[in-house]
Design a protein around this ligand. Sequence first.
Ligand SMILES: NC(=O)c1ccc[n+]([C@@H]2O[C@H](COP(=O)([O-])OP(=O)(O)OC[C@H]3O[C@@H](n4cnc5c(N)ncnc54)[C@H](OP(=O)(O)O)[C@@H]3O)[C@@H](O)[C@H]2O)c1
Length: 345
Amino acid sequence: MTRILVLGGTAFLGREVARQAVTAGYDVTCLARGSAPPPEGVMFVAGDRDEDDGLHAVAGHRWDAVVDVTLHPVHVHRAVRDLETDHWVFVSTANVYEPGAGLDESAPLLEPFTGERMSAMEEYGPAKVACEEAYRQSGRTATIARAGLIGGPGDVSGRSGYWPWRFAHPVHPGHPMHPMHHHEYGEAGQRAEGALPEVVVPDDPDYPTALIDVRDLAGWLVRAATEKLDGAYNVTGPTVPLGQALAAAAEAAGSRARPRPIPPARLAELGVSGWMGPASLPLWIDDPALRGFGTLDTRRAVGSGLVTRPLVETFRDVLPFEEARQDPRRCGLDDADEARVLREA
Ligand SMILES: NC(=O)c1ccc[n+]([C@@H]2O[C@H](COP(=O)([O-])OP(=O)(O)OC[C@H]3O[C@@H](n4cnc5c(N)ncnc54)[C@H](OP(=O)(O)O)[C@@H]3O)[C@@H](O)[C@H]2O)c1
């Protein structure tokens, strides 16, 4: 039986990889510290990779493939040193590339990080480059999966959930503490006292977005593990203009709210940024250097079996997760900011 070790497996992507691998009938072990439970049906082994002997409990076994999501080169050095496997699957990122548009896997990479553990976001891309190099130089085959933005159920960042959530819960500009709900505007789409509700969106409809559903990425990673796909692969969703992506979010939410496009410069004046963080509009960023992030050339992954579902499906499925979340979203405008921007823009 095919034996797969997932280093991680208790969080968003690694967990979905483990879940799908179990469902496909593979023998799956997950090693993590145990911050959250792994999926049912896996063998869970507790281990802390920050410790030099953190992989002790899974060393001495032979694995058909090891899947790793780490950010820290020292974790990779220890995996290469301690584990016996035929094949690695390393989840990397599009942040390894020097900024550009339409990049394929041969595009130039950033200089690798030389430290053991990354600690600041500027080190993220370089740290992943160093991790990639360590796996590629291990003498075994390695799938290097360079993922773009990952979304769908379980996306705690809120970057994929914000837009369908906001379209499902537009605010009334005069009453920020009273978000509107579907029942407040009927089939005709008219609110008793006025026009359709509005949602703040960047006036940048052609901005190229790309989002991959965690379930599609995980499915491809399991395939990469069992087929031992060797080399680098850009693995993200197709490029979709922002205007179309937001229309898909509104459709997924069954919303009649209308987008209210606001020029990026005005958003900045109102304290609204892009991508992530407090008062930010996700899937988008007003930075020419990052405009190519959603334009990766994914033909190699598609040619090796990557199938991505329509964006509207991801938005539809992430909405209940977003509506049920207890922890604060790490992006988007809260109701007070949304109302303020609608009033002041
Ligand atoms: N989100 C995005 O849009 C995006 C975009 C591009 C690429 N990526 C990449 O996609 C991957 C996401 O993976 P994910 O969602 O599964 O991971 P994650 O949220 O980064 O979680 C890390 C996993 O590793 C485990 N872990 C962390 N520190 C550990 C330690 N010291 N010892 C042992 N285990 C440890 C965690 O479990 P415990 O806490 O239980 O130990 C968890 O299972 C990452 O590689 C990320 O860089 C993400």
